[in-house]
Write a protein that binds this ligand. Structure first.
Ligand code: IVH
Length: 718
């Protein structure tokens, strides 16, 4: 990568612009694809603005792949049709969701390849089946020149303008002399080793993959849409699922609107290629694509035979709910391209690939009744009572209807057959009605009337602010339902993660009057707790230990735990990343808050309003006085032990009890850093089952390798 010239050496605008483009491409890849930024957002903005200024002064220096060109062109009348240089195929689907689907595929492949029982197992590339829409990215001389939808497979629509707004998709590929030789492992696949050289990119490389929307992005998009509808914007709508929302965004004629819909991308193959030698296996193709700077899912494996496929199907099935995006199955591909050629095609489908499905995330069932629940901020949510239905891998009998407005917009009536969606750890929801199955006696529902204007828990008046979608209980923390929810949210796994403080206990603590405010949670002692019925000494000790442990947290978790309206996990992370310190967030003006990625006026206003209430700032201070600390304020934090301060760890393989997220959180809470690849600077590699090349690398470099037990000992300061 070029760097700025030495002081004093005059640098032409052309040279400086190219250097800035290189740096911005590099940092955008670190940030959006690898999720491991090396510089602050502010430094990135400075480089960006410098480039913008040069381009404004010297328009002849503007290149189509300049990072400044992610900004938007004009509204389109319609999309131009483009013929694909190579048809975009589909894959055969194995509908059998049991392991037998994988066994049948392997048996078919062995038959087709005329392999006998004594022949070795076939090698497969196993990957996820992303639930979005297929896109072909055409790069000429390494520069993105066209993006097209699949269409009918022969010809699709030119959606280049909209695809260019997806930050994860590079406008320019990184190209290397020898892709294999100069790679090191990183979370999103191999990346350029230090000192490796960039060379001229080949004339044509088409990369194919799926544009999708993450579930959290989908949830916040729909949340925003519901607000807009409540404010009277009649032509806005909510989306049924992330795929639907992603497809709508890609085919949106106004690129400015498309840009506001948060989209992501994973590559899964190639299209037309000219002047580049394609690696000999599918897995190597994906490694090479990742090395070019295009996102490739890390959840892929090279496996042997039916056994390997079955294991992959099972392990991804177990992981499905915790992935941040929807998948509807896994895909198996014969890995060797030579064997793929031998197997060939049947009509429009390659014989060498198959999609193996998981249970559907949408089902229909009957709506038997509607109940009203009081949430953390007093929000009154109509909850559908359903005829139990198996959806997204579990049986669902309750689903959210969101609010009265949504009930009316979707025209949901009691007795209707409704469509229920359950994906990941998102609360199941009613997304629509099957109109032609409506019985004659289906009954409309009106929330306000049903409640007689009073909160069903505390009897306070219910109210709805101008332009808001939701009715709320006006009782505030006087309402026991609100107090309990606020506490549960605070203690939750994704927030302060207080072990031992669950539903039942919060219920008792609030009902007995032992706790009225959040900081009081940290003042619970065994003596206080022993007042509670059924509270054994042991559970009291456990809770106290849980409280102690929760005090080492991160700024993002703490912010999320406060339960500020509109501040979900990802906004909390963005705020923490942007401001670095809590004091700066507390003091930030709405204008400063708006500078944060994804923070709009509603969110900014809500944050400002929260910290404008003196009692909220007081709660924050009291909590910190209880000993809550995080890494960002090393200088001022108390003397709590930080056994991993200054240490860099790398995680690989599956640990016996901890998820990757949990291990990472624990390491960070202890002051350590988690890196994506092993180098001489790595202090420890934590390896679990099926650890891959990172473990080999650790051994090669003599880096200490730990198992989960070893990590825990380290965290405990042993
Ligand atoms: S490969 C030659 N791999 O599923 C094979 N497709 O019918 C071409 N999809 O429209 C497709 N995840 O949009 C492939 N890992 C994956 C995929 C995947 C999702 C979609 C793709 C295509 C459809 C296949």
């Amino acid at each position: 990568m070029s760097t700025s010239a030495a002081k004093g050496a005059p640098e032409s605008p052309a040279v400086r612009a190219e250097a800035l483009r290189e740096q911005l491409h590099h940092h955008a890849h670190r940030y959006y694809v690898l999720d491991e930024p090396e510089i602050t957002d502010a430094d990135y903005d400075r480089l960006f603005q410098e480039l913008q200024a040069i381009e404004a002064a010297h328009p002849e220096l503007l290149t189509p792949d300049s990072p400044t060109q992610r900004i938007l062109g004009k509204v389109l009348d319609g999309f131009t049709v483009v013929r694909h240089a190579m048809p975009m195929l589909s894959i055969r689907t194995e509908t059998d969701t049991e392991a037998t689907g994988a066994i049948a595929f392997d048996a078919r492949m062995r038959r087709e390849l005329q392999l006998g029982e004594t022949d070795p197992p076939i090698e497969y590339a196993a990957e996820l089946k992303f639930d979005g829409l297929a896109i072909n990215l055409r790069y000429e001389q390494g520069v993105l020149v066209q993006a097209a939808t699949r269409g009918n497979g022969e010809a699709g629509e030119d959606v280049t303008q909209n695809i260019r707004t997806i930050a994860q998709i590079p406008l320019r590929l990184r190209f290397l002399t020898s892709v294999r030789a100069e790679l090191v492992e990183a979370p999103a696949g191999p990346e350029l080793a230090e000192g490796a050289e960039l060379v001229e990119a080949p004339p044509v490389i088409e990369i194919r993959g799926e544009v999708y929307m993450r579930r959290d992005d989908f949830e916040s998009l729909n949340e925003r849409q519901r607000e807009l509808i409540a404010q009277g914007r009649k032509n806005e709508k909510t989306f049924v699922n992330p795929r639907n929302a992603a497809a709508g965004a890609v085919r949106q004629l106004d690129p400015a609107i498309a840009a506001k819909r948060p989209l992501s991308f994973f590559a899964y193959g190639l299209g037309d290629v000219q002047g580049w030698e394609i690696p000999p296996s599918h897995s190597a193709v994906l490694d090479a694509i990742a090395a070019m700077g295009v996102p490739v899912s890390p959840d892929r494996e090279v496996v042997q035979g039916a056994e390997g496929l079955v294991a992959f199907h099972r392990s991804m099935g177990a992981k499905r709910d915790s992935l941040p995006f929807d998948i509807d199955g896994v895909v198996y591909k014969v890995n060797a391209r030579e064997l793929q050629k031998k197997l060939g095609f049947v009509s429009r489908e390659p014989r060498w690939a198959v999609a193996h499905k998981y249970p559907a995330q949408e089902q229909t069932t009957v709506l038997k009744g509607i109940e009203v629940q009081v949430g953390r901020t007093g929000k009154l949510t109509p909850v559908a009572k359903l005829e139990p239905v198996f959806v997204g891998g579990t049986t669902v009998s309750n689903a959210t209807l969101h609010n009265q407005g949504e009930i009316e917009r979707k025209d949901v009536r009691i007795g209707d057959t409704v469509i229920v969606r359950r994906a990941g750890d998102v609360i199941p929801e009613v997304v629509g009605v099957v109109a032609d199955k409506r019985p004659a006696d289906a009954e409309p529902f009106d929330l306000y009337q049903r409640l007689g204007g009073k909160c069903p828990v505390c009897g306070s008046d219910v109210e709805r602010a101008e332009g808001e979608a939701d009715w709320r209980c006006s009782g505030g923390l006087f309402c026991p339902a609100q107090r309990k929810q606020a506490m549960l949210h605070f203690a939750g796994r994704r927030a302060m993660d207080i072990e031992g403080l669950g539903d039942k206990l919060v219920e008792q603590l609030v009902d007995s009057g032992l706790i009225r405010t959040l900081p009081e949670v940290y003042k619970l002692g065994v003596a206080k707790l022993s007042v509670l019925e059924r509270m054994a000494d042991k559970s009291a000790q456990n809770l106290i230990a849980g409280l102690e442990k929760s005090k080492h947290t991160t700024l993002a978790r703490f912010l999320f735990a406060l339960g500020i309206r509109q501040v979900g996990e990802s906004t909390a992370r963005d705020l923490a990343r942007h401001f670095g310190r809590l004091e700066r967030i507390i003091e930030a003006s709405e204008a400063q808050l708006l500078e944060v990625n994804d923070v709009g006026p509603i969110v900014a206003h809500s944050i400002r309003t929260f910290f404008d209430q003196p009692h909220n700032v007081e709660v924050v201070e009291q909590l910190r006085a209880c000993g809550i600390t995080w890494a960002e304020d090393e200088g001022t934090a108390d003397s709590s032990p930080r056994p991993l301060l200054g240490k860099t760890l790398v995680l690989t393989g599956t640990l016996p009890t901890l998820t990757r997220d949990e291990a990472k959180d624990m390491i960070e809470a202890a002051g350590g850093k988690v890196a994506g690849s092993v180098s001489k600077k790595t202090h420890y590699v934590v390896a679990g089952e099926a650890a891959g090349s990172k473990l080999d690398k650790a051994n090669e470099l003599g880096v200490t390798v730990l198992d989960e037990e070893g990590l825990k000992a380290l965290l405990a300061g042993d």
